[in-house]
Write a protein that binds this ligand. Structure first.
Ligand code: FE
Ligand code: FE
Ligand code: ZN
Length: 277
């Protein structure tokens, strides 16, 4: 069965996200751990967590994905920004233990002129400082479009981060179709080739989830502008091949397309219709 969902607002809690997922036909979802612009996370509501754990199976939910604030930058030039990011990262991981066994996805960061070697080392240090043997969450590095000085613009950079992480069984990769397309990978004409490259460099066993997005820009644009499914430069045909690819078809797919709930419901229905069980 296709595991499909979308990004949902977490401001009304887990139980509310479950209800929304149900109304749009989703069996997974993603949420921000806190306000996307950073800042404090809400207090954990034990009743909300209890309800979530109780009802998620009824919806056929296996894994959900928490997304770190996109302003979190573990490799900033500014030490106070790095320290804040690290504190936030650790706090998020602590909170994830309330819903054990899910994914926590983050943007590796932007090196802002320090160069990728320095940036990558900061990210490695932060991961080694925050990951613990007994955590039940897998942390995912997201493939990035390579906007500005983003780290993770290619598979090699993600591989270098993974190589430096000590607790390797706590780390995985999330592939964003818009980002890899804008990063220069030809998933439209050569998905198998791109996945072959991923396998050679990182290993497909590290790939845990997909952000399924179309892109407003041509391949290699490095701009990171998501489009609705079928309305961008990737297109329906290529995205349908993504959900049906034997290496990908059992992973959770999260839509981050510019949509309201009705739009997500339509995209989910469309993708289910084109999924080969
Ligand atoms: Fe992201
Ligand atoms: Fe994404
Ligand atoms: Zn994006």
């Amino acid at each position: 069965m296709l595991k499909i969902g979308c990004h949902l607002s977490s401001s009304n809690g887990f139980t509310h996200m479950l209800e929304e997922a149900k109304t749009i036909g989703a069996n997974t979802f993603q949420f921000f751990t806190r306000n996307p612009r950073g800042g404090d996370a809400k207090d954990i509501d034990p009743i909300d967590i209890k309800n979530f754990l109780r009802f998620k199976d009824e919806l056929g939910i296996d894994k959900i994905i928490a997304h770190a604030s996109y302003t979190l930058n573990l490799c900033s030039k500014d030490q106070s920004i790095r320290d804040f990011a690290l504190r936030t990262f650790k706090d998020d991981l602590k909170r994830m233990e309330y819903i054990k066994g899910n994914y926590y996805n983050f943007h590796p960061g932007s090196h802002v002129g320090q160069g990728e070697d320095v940036g990558i080392q900061f990210i490695i240090d932060a991961l080694n400082d925050s990951l613990s043997e007994d955590q039940n969450t897998i942390v995912l590095l997201e493939t990035m479009a390579g906007k500005g000085s983003e780290i993770g613009r290619n598979f090699e950079e993600l591989k270098r981060i993974i190589d430096g992480v000590k607790l390797k069984d706590k780390i995985g990769v999330l592939l964003d179709t818009c980002h890899v397309h804008e990063g220069g990978y030809d998933i439209v004409n050569d998905l198998d080739g791109v996945l072959g490259t991923f396998d050679k460099i990182i290993g497909l066993d590290r790939l845990k989830a997909i952000h399924l997005n179309d892109s407003m820009n041509p391949r290699g644009a490095h701009k990171d502008r998501h489009a609705k499914i079928g309305e961008g430069h990737i297109g329906n045909e290529a995205l349908i091949k993504v959900i049906n690819n034997p290496h990908l078809k059992n992973l959770p797919f999260i839509l981050e397309t510019p949509n309201d709930l009705d739009g997500y419901a339509r995209e989910i229905a469309f993708l289910k219709e084109h999924y080969e069980d």
